[in-house]
Design a protein around this ligand. Structure first.
Ligand code: NAP
Ligand code: HSE
Length: 419
């Protein structure tokens, strides 16, 4: 179901690697239909395999595995449910469906004696779902730090390294097939929040829904933030963070200042990386192409092969996804981290003292300050502050108080800092 960037790639791999795939299963995988919206578009498949009718797939008794690579929540969710209800195995690359409905679909699959695999839903070609469902099972996972949206990482890399503007970097990512149908899903961190919800649910064995993830996008970052980050020894990444702490699990997606020497800071372009901290394994780093036709097809076709092997040699029983009791989620207000602040102020005596007082009154300690005169005629200056560890709710209070100071023209940005 779907014959676009991913579906087209999957059809090609199934055709070009037919013999090798047959050898792995002992029987060939035959592509019987491809659901599309527009029959008239040029395709990688012969027109007689195309259909615009989902029932041609869902009611065909010769179809054992349904591959959903259409995207979007509906109607994809309904088709997946119908396929499972009909006793068909399912492969999907759909992070929105799996983030919102994954545990229910896995339960439905178990009830019907089939399975649903979704390796391509997070990290494109990087194996992540299977490691969490198998290889990390002996661990308590302490944290996940992830760059899991190729489009935003591509844009941030272009902005940081080439000073390219946001719009042209985005349009390039769209041409390369990385961006979602609605690119605001990438830019606003929605895609990354879906992926974090999927990974955190697996890592912490507790239900994390997309709406549980605190989310901020990258559209408010400007060239000035990249310049100051470099000056201070940092780079800016859209980081997805899941951490198990005493008070509960913390899940958040937001632009983050990362020290330039951290491994994740060196992950550039469409590449994704996920750092997992298990209590037995210690840190483990997954790195690779998180989007694009071929890497994503790799994950989808591997899922097809695995399910076809189950069909040929007998199904595997899956461990339960969620364990009891559920772990509480830690509110964002209780986060303790460091902050970068940039503000535009009147270049007059006492301004810095007023800002320092607001921060001090909120128990926020300043680590460093940069002041630059930006407009001599208007006598305005830009102040950049790095703080020590501070409580998020105190920082939010301080930001509101600073914005009310008459000599502060604008609090232009604030970004959380790791490391
Ligand atoms: P895409 O290029 O837009 O392709 C979507 C395909 O689905 C098209 O063939 C479209 O038909 C068909 N389709 C969509 N809605 C349909 C409907 N209601 N009825 C029938 N056919 C429908 O999307 P994509 O980039 O391949 O992404 C597919 C899925 O993979 C999404 O869930 C996405 O998040 C996920 N994913 C994508 C990537 C990537 O790098 N692109 C990586 C990982 C995961 P027409 O061709 O006729 O328009
Ligand atoms: N739009 C997604 C990205 C595709 O840029 O990472 C892969 O999921």
């Amino acid at each position: 179901m779907g014959l676009g960037v991913v579906g087209g790639g999957v059809a090609q791999v199934l055709r070009e690697r037919r013999e090798a795939i047959t050898a792995l299963i002992g029987t060939p995988v035959v592509l019987r239909h491809a659901l599309v919206r527009h029959r008239e578009k040029p395709r990688v498949l012969s027109p007689d395999l195309l259909t615009t009718q989902p029932k041609d797939i869902l009611y065909d008794p010769q179809v054992h595995i349904v591959v959903e690579v259409m995207g979007g929540e509906l109607p994809a969710l309904n088709y997946i449910r119908q396929a499972l209800e009909a006793g068909k195995y399912v492969v999907t690359a759909n992070k929105e469906v799996m983030a919102k409905h994954g545990p229910e679909l896995l339960a439905l699959a178990r009830e019907r004696g089939v399975d649903i695999r979704y390796e391509a839903s997070v990290g494109g070609g990087i194996p992540l779902i299977t490691p969490f469902r198998q290889d990390f099972l002996a661990n308590h996972i302490a944290a996940i730090y992830a760059i899991i949206n190729g489009t935003t990482n591509f844009i941030l890399t272009r902005m940081a390294q080439e000073g390219q503007d946001f719009a042209s970097a985005l349009s390039q990512a769209q041409k390369l097939g990385y961006a979602e149908a609605d690119p605001s899903n990438d830019i606003e961190g929605i895609d990354a929040a879906y992926k974090l919800a999927i990974l955190a649910t697996l890592a912490f064995h507790t239900r994390v829904r997309p709406q549980d993830v605190h989310r901020e996008g990258i559209s408010h970052l400007s060239a000035r933030d990249f310049r100051y980050a470099r000056e201070l020894g940092y780079t800016i990444k859209l980081l997805a963070i899941g951490r198990a702490e005493e008070e509960g699990v913390q899940v958040r997606v937001h632009p983050t200042f990362l020290p330039q020497d951290r491994l994740l800071a060196k992950v550039d372009g469409v590449f994704n990386a996920v750092q997992v901290e298990g209590d037995l394994t210690g840190p483990v780093l997954f790195y690779g192409q998180g989007a694009g036709s071929q890497p994503t097809s790799s994950a989808v076709v591997a899922d097809i092969i695995n399910l076809a092997q189950d069909l040929a040699f007998g199904p595997r029983r899956r461990p339960p996804l969620l364990l009891e009791p559920p772990i509480p989620l830690k509110p964002m207000a209780q986060l303790r981290t460091r902050y970068y602040l940039r503000m535009s102020v009147a270049d007059r005596p006492g301004v810095l003292a007023q800002i320092a007082r607001v921060l001090g009154d909120n128990q926020i300690s300043i680590a460093s300050v940069i002041q630059k005169e930006v407009d001599e005629a208007a006598q305005t200056a830009e102040i950049v502050i790095m703080t020590h560890l501070a409580l998020e709710e105190a920082m939010q209070r301080a930001l509101a108080e600073m914005a009310r100071l008459p000599k502060v023209a604008e609090v232009s940005n604030f970004v959380r800092v790791e490391g």
